[in-house]
Design a protein around this ligand. Structure first.
Ligand SMILES: Cc1ncc(COP(=O)(O)O)c(C=O)c1O
Length: 447
């Protein structure tokens, strides 16, 4: 896409398909984070295919893609060993009336990767895995309250979590009273939650890391508090799993939860997620106990073969290739490059990277240091104009040197425009309305 040509010339088919998507799919996408309101108007490409770290839109424009399927595609689009395993599995039938040997192979292969886990249940997304973990914890403890880390953005689309966000329409008010928040890296805030709900907290759920690394002994203290209060500790590793480390952040930081959940990177973008954990808890959903039966995950597609084959082939790739090291290396290169360019353009207070290098984000702030959706939209717009689709800088193993160079060139150009916009006003440079946060009560931007 040329820098001067209007987006409408080069994204005409995308614009038409975006309108049609809005007609048939609420929000224009099946995940809010991919929605029409998350990209600048006129700069919302509809994609056709991907290869490695690149994607092509319906108008034939090529982009370096960051974010990679909401962080699920860690090895790269069309990663051959995964695609071949999937094709073989699909040809041999995907779902039968009894469990298959592939189901056993995948379960044993995943459990073997965890020092503290004995059993697994597969499902198709992280939300259902987390909800199942919460249900198990409630059944095991006979309690209802969920303590969740309130700075972490997403655990599940189910009521127990969405009730805590701005988008709580359709959820009984009572759901809100069944959760209590605590702050990350802040042991006293978790102690206060326990003190406020004595004997009532069924589980503590948190991502072992997100933007910040855990401070020394933080996760150990959380685990000790849970043990002392008879509360189940759940690590949500949907993002950190197979990204921070293999199998996840729990092995990197050396703290074993009672239950943990995985999704996203588990199968290189194919639909597979998992709840893994200790036998005493997981078996409550099984046949070998005398207590009340727990209706733990039971889904038609939970163990269909395409997802399992993709998982097995992905885990083999992780065994053979230094995937997580590469993800972190690419992220560090991007962090250094973006900081250097921001300094050069004098906008380091407005654009900066945050997070673990394997899961790098950027923030945009106005001249007063307040988060700015206008600047985010402008940055996205200028990156897309330069052939880079970057709602984040989350990398994949397939990221090559050219892609990084092209991205940093685009950042250079985008920051030049941002610096002008800071001087003369974003309105002069942003071609449409700004992007919006996902969690907002009303659609209208000013509500
Ligand atoms: C930390 C975390 N947990 C759970 C989920 C839910 O995963 P899914 O979208 O597969 O339901 C997400 C999704 O972004 C997530 O970031």
């Amino acid at each position: 896409m040329s820098l001067t040509e209007p987006a409408s010339n080069r994204l005409a088919t995308s614009a038409a398909l975006t309108a049609r998507l809005g007609d048939v799919v609420p929000g224009g996408a099946h995940t809010y984070a991919k929605g029409t309101d998350q990209f600048p108007a006129g700069f919302a490409p509809v994609l056709r295919r991907g290869e490695g770290c690149r994607v092509w839109d319906v108008d034939g424009n090529e982009y370096v893609e960051w974010g990679m399927g909401l962080r699920s595609v860690t090895l790269g689009h069309g990663f051959a060993p995964v695609v071949e395993a999937v094709a073989t599995a699909a040809a041999a039938g995907t779902n039968f009336v009894r469990p298959s040997e592939l189901e056993l192979e995948a379960a044993e292969a995943l459990v073997a990767r965890f020092p503290g886990a004995d059993m697994v249940k597969f499902t198709k997304d992280g939300s259902t895995a987390n909800t199942a973990a919460v249900k198990l914890a409630r059944a095991a403890t006979g309690r209802t309250v969920v303590a969740l880390c309130e700075e972490q953005p997403f655990f599940s689309y189910d009521d127990w979590f969405i009730a805590t966000t701005e988008m709580d329409a359709g959820i009984p008010v009572s759901a809100r009273s069944e959760t209590v928040g605590f702050a990350y890296n802040d042991v006293p805030s978790l102690e206060r939650a326990f003190a406020a709900h004595p004997g009532a907290i069924a589980c503590v759920i948190l991502e072992p890391a997100r933007i910040d690394e855990p401070e020394p002994a933080y996760l150990e203290s959380v685990a000790t508090l849970c043990r002392d209060h008879g509360t189940v500790l759940i690590f949500d590793e949907c993002v950190t799993g197979f990204r921070w480390d293999v199998p996840g952040a729990q092995t990197l930081y050396g703290v074993t939860p009672d239950l943990s959940t995985f999704g996203k990177a588990l199968a290189n973008g194919f639909a597979l997620s998992a709840l893994v954990g200790r036998r005493e808890l997981m078996e409550l959903g099984g046949l070998e106990h005398e207590g009340k039966r727990v209706f733990l995950l039971s889904t038609t597609h939970g163990a269909e073969h395409v997802g399992l084959a993709a998982g097995l082939a992905s885990w083999t790739a992780y065994d053979e290739l230094a995937v997580t090291a590469r993800l972190a290396e690419v992220g560090q290169t991007m962090r250094d490059g973006v900081s250097e360019l921001a300094r050069r353009h004098g906008v380091e207070a407005c654009v900066s990277t945050v997070g673990h290098p394997a899961c790098l984000f950027y923030t945009t702030r106005d001249g007063n240091g307040a988060p700015s959706q206008e600047l985010r939209a402008l940055f996205l717009q200028e990156m897309i104009r330069r052939g880079v689709l970057a709602p984040s800088f989350v990398s994949s193993y397939a990221r090559d040197a050219n892609a990084i160079e092209q991205t940093l060139e685009a950042v250079d150009g985008a920051l030049a425009t941002l610096s002008l916009a800071l001087e003369h006003g974003v309105d002069h440079y942003l071609e449409g309305p700004p992007v919006q946060p996902v969690y907002r009560r009303y659609n209208a931007p000013d509500s």
